[in-house]
Design a protein around this ligand. Structure first.
Ligand SMILES: [Zn+2]
Length: 351
């Protein structure tokens, strides 16, 4: 009898799981965003509940690379995008040179739309991990060539300068031949139709997020362009959180975090109104070794103030939080390798 009950429960679980198919994945990566950056935003918002507090589920990831305890954005980007750890500076290739498929490649094979949205240039390590295969993350011209011949449907960010170096005056013509509509402003991006593949080159290098809502707006546009009955995989990067960590600038990092959180809110709203959408938010590594300490040495005497103290101008090796929202949020749990998260997302989008 017990066996039958178990069998019935297993069947119910299996049926439930198939009813909860994941059609879309929105993967948001805060470059350099550790748990202290999230804590800083909770504190700066007076603990009123920021978007990270509203996660349906959470997990943790370890970030070390194949050749270093402290990863760079290329190795961690590759782990998150492809499910494999590699050496620092390597993009989409293993230490032995083997090319590995990314979440976007798998999604494309399943007939889904694919896209990336960033605040830095599109050839930067994190986005490039989703479409390029090259051992040097700094070869921006070659990475541009690989982006042009990639199968991405939507790419929004900066990086015009490297395309100019590659194609000179033939830039628009060449990209058109590769199947891309090119635009250089948000206004023009808004008039692109959902049938078109679009490469939005909004700055020579970094777009930046001084405009505040750029990343949220660009994410909304990407969702509009990518929405289709087969689903999509979209990667959105809050790229400059990292740079502000390198500069040990807490105020500037708060602005970058706010901009990133705006994009997370757009994704979570989308998931709430479009069942079948899984939203995954994490970092690629922590930058700056941020800690949040009392202003006063004796906490009993201290006022409510805190100090943001940094311990390095580089990256650190601490674990990172993973925030999950929407359909399938319960399927990612516990403490995992960054590569395990990447592999799981590839599995989930392929089902
Ligand atoms: Zn960095």
């Amino acid at each position: 009898m017990r066996k039958i009950t178990l069998l019935i429960s297993a069947l119910i679980i299996a049926l439930g799981a198939s009813a909860q198919e994941i059609k879309n994945i929105i993967f948001l990566i805060g470059d350099g965003m550790g748990i202290a950056s999230v804590s800083m935003m909770q504190l700066e918002n007076n603990y009123n509940g920021i978007i990270f507090d509203k996660a349906d589920n959470i997990a943790l990831q370890r970030t070390y690379s194949a050749d270093n305890r402290v990863t760079d954005s290329a190795a961690s980007g590759t782990a998150l995008a492809t499910g494999y750890k590699t050496n620092n500076t390597y993009l989409g290739v293993l230490a032995d040179g083997t090319h590995v498929e990314s979440l976007m490649d798998v999604a494309k094979k399943c007939g889904k739309a694919t896209g990336v949205v960033v605040t830095t240039y599109l050839q930067h390590a994190t986005p490039a991990a989703f479409y390029a295969h090259i051992p040097s993350r700094h070869d921006y011209v070659e990475i541009s060539r690989q982006l042009a011949s990639s199968s991405l449907d939507v790419a929004i960010g900066g990086g015009m300068e490297f395309f100019e170096q590659l194609y000179g005056n033939n830039l628009e013509e060449t990209l058109n031949k590769e199947g891309f509509t090119t635009v250089t402003t948000m206004e023009d991006l808004r008039s692109v139709s959902a049938e078109e593949r679009v490469l939005a080159l909004l700055a020579k290098k970094e777009v930046g997020s001084d405009s505040g809502t750029y990343l949220a707006d660009a994410t909304r546009e990407a969702l509009r362009l990518m929405e289709n009955e087969n689903g999509f995989a979209l990667m959105v990067e809050g790229s400059l959180i990292d740079g502000m960590g390198h500069a040990n600038n807490a105020e500037a990092q708060q602005r970058e975090m706010q901009s990133f959180m705006g994009a997370v809110e757009v994704a979570v709203e989308y998931a709430a109104t479009n069942p079948g959408t899984l939203v995954v938010v994490t970092g690629d590594h922590e930058t700056g070794g941020l800690s949040i300490v009392s202003c006063d040495a004796d906490f009993r005497l201290s006022e409510q103030g805190v100090e943001y103290r940094w311990s390095t101008n580089g990256h650190s090796a601490v674990m990172l939080p993973i925030y999950l929202y929407g359909t399938g949020a319960e399927r990612i749990n516990g403490i995992m390798e960054n590569a395990e998260l990447g592999a799981t997302l590839k599995d989930l989008i392929a089902k």
